[in-house]
Structures are given as C-alpha cells and as structure tokens.
Design a binder for this molecule. Structure first.
Ligand SMILES: Cc1ncc(COP(=O)(O)O)c(C=O)c1O
Length: 345
C-alpha cells in the first residue's frame, strides 16, 4: 500500500479530508447496514435534536501501525461500550459492539494510505459519533439517527519531548452530580471551553476539575483523567460517577499493577492531600500520559517531581502503554484488534 505524501512527524491534530467515511442510518426502529462514502458531508434537517438539544455523543480511538507493518486498534470494544452508555443516557439507540468495531476497521482499511507508518509516532485517529436527526422541533428524542465514523492522521503528541505541563484548578464544573459527566456527550465539552480558555489565558496548559458536589476532591484534568503516584509506589486515580471512564486510565491501572508491580487503586483524592504524590499526570487517548509538573490551587503552587522533566515512574508507565499500543510489548489478552484478521474476506 502506497502511503499518502504526508510529513507524518510534523502532523498536528487537525481535520483533513481523507478518502472515505462510514455512515449508518437509524430509522423505523433499526440501524441500516451502513456504508462507506467519499463525501465527508452529511445532510440533516435544521430541526435535528443534535443541533438544538445536544442529543449527540462521540468517541475517540486510534489505529496504530506496528513494526511488522500490521495495523491494529487498541481496545475498541471499550469505546463501543462507552458509546452505548452515552447513547442510553440521552435516549439514543445503541450501536451494537460488532457494528462499531466493524465500522472502525472499514474506515481504517479504506483510508490505509493515511495510516501513519511505524516509527513516526503518528497514528490514525478515529472519531465515531451518533447524532439525533430527522424533523422534530420539540425537546424530545429524535425520530432518526446517524452513526458516523471518520478518521484523520494525527501527529506524535510530544513533539518537543515528554515534558510536564502546569495546571490550575477550575472555578467552573464540567459536570453536575448525577449529570452527564460519566458519558461522552458534546455538552460536556461545550461547557469546558471557557474554563480551559481561562486557564490558558492565565498561563496554564489546562485546568483540574474538582468534584461538583463539594469541590474538595479531584475529578478530571481538562479532557483527560487524573492519576498520581505516591512515594511508596501506589498508583491512585479518582473514582466518581461524574468522571468519564477513560480507557487509557483503565489500561494504566492494569499496566501499573501487572507490568510494573505497583499497587493500583481507584479512590478519592482530596485536593488538600495533593502533596502526597511524588508524580502526577493526566491520561487519555490523545497523549497517553501528560506529566503534570505543578498544580496551582487557591493561589499556592504544588510541584510534583519537577516542572521541567517527567518523573521516572510516569515515564515507565508511558513507555509501557505506548509500547503495548504500537505492538512492541505484549498486550493483555483481548486488548488488540488487528485489521487484517477482521477484514479478511
Ligand atoms: C472528559 C474526558 N476525560 C477523559 C478522557 C480520556 O479518555 P480515553 O482514555 O478513553 O481517551 C477523555 C477523552 O476521551 C475525555 O474527553
């Protein structure tokens, strides 16, 4: 397969049209088979619920090229299940897990020339989403839906090295108690844009969200999950219904415990206890891990390891999970879905 003429190492995280997208329509109580199309535009009614009432949800996952040239997805079943949970929460029809994985593989296969080669650090990012469509002006569930998957090549996240960022706590909440923080719906991201912008204007990379009920425990780090590593080698990550259950976080719990011999704990992290951590980080599909060098809370800066270089334990976690995703380190059973096996026809 001849690759597209792209400078893979210089790619950022920007939209570009590739060859094919996948679209499936839900009407009269069922999904159609879905198909690939060349056009990257979809046409919907001006009255679609996704435009007015935020009845939409999405996912983000990546395809990786291994050293031997195979293309693989990392835990797509987890994204499929999370999309189902998002759909359930906002009264949209669920996409079956097999249909979700098949659509992702079809998009990767049809756009193989845009899937970055091994060694560039670049990946092919997939964005599946479900939106309410059809004619329906009332604030109720839509009569029709679209499930779409598109993909883009994206560059290596850490171009200038695996360096820590500075964060500050947010004055706003991204989620309400018993709200939609635990699912991946668009409204969560619209309301996060202002706090993110304020943090950036104040010289930080992003903001840390505290729990919406008491503002005493840590929930998320921007659009990533949060974790810390204590001096006695415990990997701790918050547990709360208003946190989006990150697939990277779930994977890091396994990596910390089974690959690095750490104690892996899901539990409350009080912002007042933050100094118990030697290293802290944010985790998500985009970067795997972003080391956090400092958190400013109530005017006081708390530094973890260093503001200039990533700590040794975070670096080990990062290298191990990155190695698993690119096929250099053996993955736990069921984590990898290879392209050719699924699409062999
Ligand atoms: C709010 C939020 N938290 C955490 C994550 C990280 O999740 P994942 O590791 O599944 O990418 C994401 C990204 O999807 C997110 O949007």
């Amino acid at each position: 397969m001849e690759k597209a003429n792209i400078n893979w190492g210089e790619l950022g995280f920007n939209y570009q049209k590739v060859d094919k997208i996948y679209v499936s329509y839900w009407k009269d109580g069922k999904w159609d088979e879905g198909s690939l199309q060349d056009d990257d535009k979809i046409s919907i009614s001006v009255s679609a619920t996704s435009l007015h009432y935020g009845q939409q949800c999405f996912e983000g996952l990546k395809a990786y090229t291994t050293k031997s040239g195979n293309i693989q997805l990392f835990r797509p079943d987890m994204n499929a299940k999370r999309l189902q949970n998002s759909c359930k929460r906002i009264l949209m029809p669920e996409v079956p897990i097999d249909k979700f994985i098949d659509a992702c593989l079809k998009v990767v296969e049809a756009n193989e020339k845009y899937v970055p080669p091994y060694g560039t650090g670049a990946t092919f990012y997939l964005r599946p989403f479900v939106i309410g469509t059809g004619d329906n002006i009332g604030a109720g569930p839509a009569p029709e839906y679209i499930f779409c998957v598109f993909g883009i090549p994206v560059g290596p996240y850490f171009k200038g090295g695996f360096n820590p960022v500075k964060m500050t706590t947010a004055k706003f909440d991204r989620a309400a108690p018993y709200g939609t923080g635990g699912v991946k719906v668009g409204g969560n991201y619209a309301c996060g844009m202002l706090p993110h912008q304020i943090a950036v204007n104040d010289g930080f990379a992003d903001c840390i969200y505290l729990d919406p009920e008491t503002h005493t425990t840590i929930e998320e780090a921007g659009t990533s999950n949060f974790f810390g590593i204590t001096k006695d080698n415990k990997f701790i990550t918050p547990d709360s219904p208003s946190i989006l259950p990150s697939i990277t976080r779930n994977s890091l719990l396994t990596v910390a415990r089974d690959y690095l011999g750490m104690e892996a704990i899901e539990g409350e992290i009080k912002i007042d206890d933050i100094d118990m951590f030697e290293e802290v980080g944010a985790c998500g599909t985009a970067a795997v891990i972003t080391p956090i060098g400092s958190i400013t809370y109530n005017g006081k800066k708390h530094i973890f390891h260093s503001e200039e270089e990533a700590g040794p334990k975070i670096t080990k976690l990062y290298n191990t999970l990155y190695g698993i995703q690119f096929g250099d380190i053996e993955a736990p059973e069921g984590w990898i879905v290879k392209l050719q096996k699924q699409c062999a026809k």
